[in-house]
Design a protein around this ligand. Structure first.
Ligand SMILES: C[S@@+](CC[C@H](N)C(=O)[O-])C[C@H]1O[C@@H](n2cnc3c(N)ncnc32)[C@H](O)[C@@H]1O
Length: 458
């Protein structure tokens, strides 16, 4: 494309890939931004903001378009649909872009994409939206109103209302739309949190301490991560604080044998390996982490991260967690089961997920999780620990699975976690041994952790 590249054309290409071809927003956006690294910071920020913003507000945007266009969104040609969607996002949410520029750029884009015949239509719809947005009527009550306001499908809102009530549901839905800084974990095998903060600030990054853990920070004000020296030195890794709590609750001891059965790209495995390294660096008996995932591609991702972090007590293995592992029967001190899930807790980071996941998927996922947990529990030695975690807010995949597990495997019991958590989190523990983090209520993604101990001594 050369320097002639146009930001709106890139946004359109990314939206087409996501909405029409099923690509994942965080992956494709990452690829595109790294391909167009030579663009100005401002141009790349525009691409990110319009793409993510359009996806975040998609249900609302489609509602708006349906009020102003005779052809309903579902019937539009995909290219036109996505040009109009990103146009509506700019009109409604980006004061910095004048309305006339939004309309004329959308028209030019439609022409460049071979839709000259529709330029009057594109122009007409966007101009009507620009004129009518302020006086547009929205539904005021009920689940539909909430769905349009926060662009979350009604079935998800109903699920949350049933478990947490209307107020918490509204708080979570609103939180997903908030702009948030990136959370990082300081890699303490390389640097202290104080040193990392200082170096990042010298690189021009705004760094703020996270309230839950002394080695977690919020960072903002930088161009892109790969432009930071501290990133290349492996001094930090991007990770939500909820994920950090897994290794925190696992609390490895010197010489522990640890298996992470669903590990890619390796965030939690590397964190626990780092903790293990700190614990047993002066001990004769060294512990080891085995980080597994299903495909060679995923194992490659773990290996890349191991290399960046330069930890020698961790290795990656390709293995299917649905297949029992006789060789590891009752051998592991700690098993991490951070399982594939519906991801209802991470809409803030993966905005397309809320449209991708379907109600019927939940049951299937809960079934897969049970199957994997059956194999995971067999690997835990007597007196050992199983950490079950998901990044979702769905009782069927979380609390209900834990209750099923305890009934089926009475040799396990939920193990106290309060004393390992900061006071703000400790008071959120409703059932000892489990914690469900909720966005907007907690300072984190939506995330669930259960700490299960196998009775007996080894
Ligand atoms: C929630 S992600 C894990 C994230 C990881 N623990 C981290 O902190 O970076 C779930 C992982 O499970 C893997 N997975 C899915 N099915 C699997 C299976 N049958 N066996 C092993 N891994 C599987 C997926 O490839 C994915 O990487």
């Amino acid at each position: 494309m050369g320097r002639q590249v146009n930001e709106r054309e890139i946004v359109l290409a990314v939206l087409m890939e996501i909405t029409e071809n099923g690509a994942y927003s965080h992956k494709i956006l990452g690829e595109v931004l790294s391909k167009y690294q030579y663009l100005e910071k401002k141009e790349r920020a525009f691409i990110t903001r319009v793409t993510e913003g359009t996806l975040e507000h998609l249900i609302e945007i489609d509602y708006i378009l349906d009020q102003f266009s005779k052809v309903k969104v579902k019937k539009m040609k995909p290219v036109i649909r996505n040009i109009l969607r990103s146009g509506v996002y700019q009109l409604k949410y980006m004061d910095s872009v004048p309305d006339h520029a939004v309309c004329s750029e959308a028209v030019k884009l439609a022409v460049r994409k071979g839709f000259s015949g529709l330029k009057g239509y594109v122009n007409g719809v966007l101009r009507s939206v620009a004129r009518g947005l302020d006086t547009l009527d929205y539904p005021q009550e009920g689940i539909e109103a909430l769905s349009i306001q926060y662009s979350i499908p009604t079935w998800i809102l109903r699920l949350w209302e049933k478990s947490y009530g209307e107020e918490v549901t509204r708080t979570m839905a609103a939180d997903f739309l908030k702009e948030r800084p990136v959370t990082i974990r300081c890699c303490q095998n390389k640097v202290t949190p104080e040193q990392l903060k200082k170096e990042l600030e010298q690189e021009g990054v705004t760094v703020q301490e996270h309230p839950y853990l002394p080695y977690a920070f919020f960072i903002s004000g930088y161009d892109y991560l790969e432009s930071l020296d501290c990133f290349w030195k492996g001094w930090f890794t991007v990770q939500d604080v909820s994920s950090m709590l897994v290794a925190e609750l696992a609390a490895p001891e010197a010489g522990n044998k640890i298996v992470d059965i669903c590990a890619a790209p390796g965030g939690k495995s590397l964190h626990i390996a780092e903790k293990l390294w700190i614990t047993d660096r002066n001990e004769a008996k060294k512990g080891e982490v085995e980080a597994r995932d299903l495909t060679e591609y995923k194992v490659g991702l773990i290996e890349e991260n191991i290399a960046r972090m330069e930890l020698e007590n961790i290795h990656a293995v390709c293995r299917d967690a649905t297949v029992p592992d006789e060789a590891w029967k009752e051998k592991a001190d700690i098993v991490l089961a951070d399982l594939p899930c519906s991801g209802l807790g991470v809409f803030g980071k993966k905005p397309d997920l809320k449209y991708r996941v379907k109600e019927e998927d939940l049951k299937e996922l809960a079934g897969l999780q049970r199957k994997i947990l059956e194999n995971a529990q067999a690997m835990v030695k007597k007196g050992g620990t199983l950490l079950y975690s998901t990044c979702t807010i769905d009782p069927m995949e979380n609390e209900e699975n834990v209750h099923w597990f305890l009934k089926k495997y009475p040799q396990f019991s939920l193990n106290s976690i309060r004393e390992k958590l900061c006071p703000q989190l400790a008071e959120s523990v409703e059932e000892e041994g489990c914690i469900q983090l909720l966005p907007g209520i907690h300072c984190s993604d939506g995330f669930f952790i259960a700490r299960l101990k196998k009775n007996g001594e080894n």
